[in-house]
Design a protein. Structure first.
Length: 89
């Protein structure tokens, strides 16, 4: 695995999900598989395994690069811009 990108290393405080739901799926009556929380604005959205892929859509629309897994027990970050991955404590 390569070096962790600057988008990830610049994060000093992890934003976590307020609620365990995809905010956009709830509005649209959709469903999700796993959840991701944006580390720029804190919105929680569904992953690419979910039908609507709202987290990726959020990155494409806003440019917010880094998400964390919002799944219980998972502690990792993903940067869409650099396709970089890192675990955290």
């Amino acid at each position: 695995m390569g070096e962790v990108c600057s988008h990830i290393t610049e994060i000093t405080e992890i934003k976590t999900a307020d609620k365990y739901v995809c905010e956009e799926c709830v509005k649209a009556g959709g469903r999700w598989v796993h959840l991701r929380t944006c580390q720029t604005c804190g919105v929680t959205l569904c992953c690419d395994s979910s039908p609507a892929k709202h987290a990726t859509q959020h990155f494409l629309q806003t440019g917010h690069p880094v998400v964390i897994s919002s799944e219980p027990g998972e502690k990792w970050l993903w940067c869409y811009a650099d396709e970089s991955f890192a675990e955290y404590e």
